[in-house]
Design a protein around this ligand. Structure first.
Ligand code: ZN
Length: 152
């Protein structure tokens, strides 16, 4: 598959997740939750998690964000389900580095699954916060921090 096909595929994936977000809505039996706000874009997201035996059993999100934020939150909640806290932590770091590291990614994108579709966002610094907001909020939920998270 050449680069052009790949970026088209990625765009379709982002569009699909932004139009038909997975795991949208509050999780009734959430054990952890946190709110995040991205002042640059106006994205607001609440992440709900259900943790049991050190694993993410359920994840969902609510709020109002732009297409990138919504797609990122949708993919994130799908990816972290079933993962251990250590795995989630690792995934957060890899995803964050992918979008914010000044060097071109050397990451093997295949192993990031659908999250790799957001790699193109790194070229648009204003949008990076849209994509990482759900992840920062997830981390805040895991850290049991209360109150709102800001990307500032
Ligand atoms: Zn946004």
């Amino acid at each position: 598959m050449n680069d052009y096909d790949l970026s088209e595929l990625y765009q379709e994936l982002i569009l699909d997740h932004s139009k038909h977000p997975r795991n949208l809505g509050a999780l009734a039996d959430a054990s952890h939750q946190a709110e995040g706000f991205n002042a640059l874009c106006g994205d607001r997201v609440t992440v709900f998690l259900k943790l049991a035996s050190g694993r993410v059993e359920g994840a969902s999100f609510a709020g109002k964000g732009c297409a990138i934020c919504t797609a990122s939150a949708s993919m994130m909640t799908e990816e972290v389900k079933g993962q251990t806290l250590a795995e989630v932590e690792k995934l957060f770091t890899r995803f964050h580095d992918l979008l914010t590291s000044p060097a071109e990614p050397v990451e093997d994108l295949d192993t990031l699954g659908r999250l790799a579709s957001l790699a193109g966002v790194r070229r648009f610094p204003m949008r990076v916060k849209c994509a990482t907001l759900p992840w920062h909020t997830l981390k805040a939920a895991l850290d049991k921090k209360t109150g709102a998270v800001s990307t500032e």
